[in-house]
Design a protein around this ligand. Structure first.
Ligand code: CP3
Length: 342
């Protein structure tokens, strides 16, 4: 019998929802920082199956979450297509930008198996080491969000470089998106074959697009990826996370990709999610990561509000975005105890 996390995705409801956290393997944990230092760099850690599996398991050992998410990054897909990737300490990831026809031509149309195999190997090892009741999540970035990094070569405030390229050179932009669709679909299929029980598509920057652009660059590409995955693995479980999008947009992504679950950030109106999504899909979310830093009464009240609003609905408890590195571990423990009514 599978654990609670998969059972909710498959249609059951529980008084106490399953719980995990986006970015649960990360710098707020001393044991992560230790392994990260040993690995050399962030990219080296992503590509080391032993250590990637180890840091994936760390939050499971410490907190007993209902799901583990494989330690990797959404930028591994462009990296495996030949875009240079490195990590500026204290800043973040950097990619050699692909922002014109000439640099796009140099991008491969095949994922480099030497790179993706590291992720699949990490999944296989993690799967073998996880408790039976703990689900294993694979993931990729949505094409739009990955394109914002690929085009600018880094994270940007307002995703202006990608938005501008989509306006100035829509044909080239479509080619970039199509390339990312094919590669992401293949990568998700590879992760499921390697042992992922479910895959999540992160569209972190989907909230900056007008409705027509959202339809073209978020809804359609994610639906296409979902179609590829389902064609290869008909019963694949999928979670979509169009962060920051209005509920109409979120619903469109979930419906057109026949997702099992949809992630929402803390801005989402929870009661409205319950009304709209009903029993069609699970809602995953949506505690404000800052409530987890605040702790105390503010945290308790925020947790209780999430639980009360989703009471009786198909729900997976999570944050509305990744946990921040300054979050006290005691606050994570307090949140879990409150959700599980311990
Ligand atoms: O625990 C997990 O959630 C699994 C691993 C995971 C990472 N990145 C590890 C990571 C996942 C699912 C991601 C997804 C990811 N990566 C997204 C989508 C979700 C989101 O957070 O919006 C995005 C946009 C990226 C790209 C990326 N990677 C950025 C912008 C950064 C720098 C920001 C930061 O927090 O430093 C990264 C680096 C990164 N990815 C870290 C981790 C643990 C920090 C690296 C370190 O210094 O150890």
């Amino acid at each position: 019998m599978s654990g609670k996390f998969l059972r909710v995705l498959d249609g059951e409801k529980f008084d106490v929802p399953p719980i995990w956290m986006m970015r649960q393997a990360g710098r707020y944990l001393p044991e992560y920082r230790e392994v990260r230092a040993k690995a050399g760099g962030f990219v080296d850690l992503c590509l080391n199956p032993d250590l990637a599996s180890e840091v994936t398991l760390q939050p499971i050992r410490r907190f007993g979450f209902d799901a583990a998410i494989i330690f990797s990054d959404i930028l591994i897909v462009p990296y495996a297509l030949g875009a240079k990737l490195w990590f500026e300490e204290g800043e973040g990831p950097r990619l050699a930008p692909v922002s014109d026809a000439a640099t796009f031509r140099k991008l491969s149309d095949q994922l480099d198996g030497k790179i993706t195999e590291c992720v699949y190997e990490a999944l296989a090892r993690t799967k073998a080491a996880l408790p039976k009741e703990t689900a294993l999540i694979g993931f990729c970035g949505a094409p739009w969000t990955v394109a914002t990094y690929l085009i600018a070569g880094r994270g940007t405030e307002d995703q202006a470089p990608a938005r501008l390229l989509a306006m100035q050179e829509p044909e080239l932009f479509q080619k970039i998106i199509d390339r990312l669709v094919d590669a992401s679909g293949e990568h998700l299929i590879g992760q499921i074959k390697a042992g992922a029980d479910v895959v999540q598509i992160f569209d972190t920057w989907s909230g900056v697009l007008d409705p027509a652009s959202f339809e073209r660059w978020c809804v359609k590409p994610v639906a296409k990826i979902a179609g590829m995955v389902r064609a290869a693995v008909p019963n694949a479980r999928m979670i979509v996370f169009p962060k920051g999008a209005p509920l109409n947009g979120i619903e469109a992504v979930a419906k057109q990709s026949s997702a099992n679950a949809v992630g929402v950030d803390w801005i989402a109106d929870r009661r409205e999610c319950v009304v709209r999504f009903g029993d069609k899909f699970v809602t995953q979310g949506n505690l404000d990561p800052l409530a987890l830093i605040a702790g105390g009464k503010a945290l308790d009240e925020a947790v209780d509000a999430v639980l009360a609003d989703f009471k009786g609905a198909r729900h997976i408890f999570n944050l509305g975005h990744g946990i921040r590195k300054e979050t006290p571990i005691a606050h994570v423990e307090r949140m879990i105890a409150r959700v599980r009514k311990n």
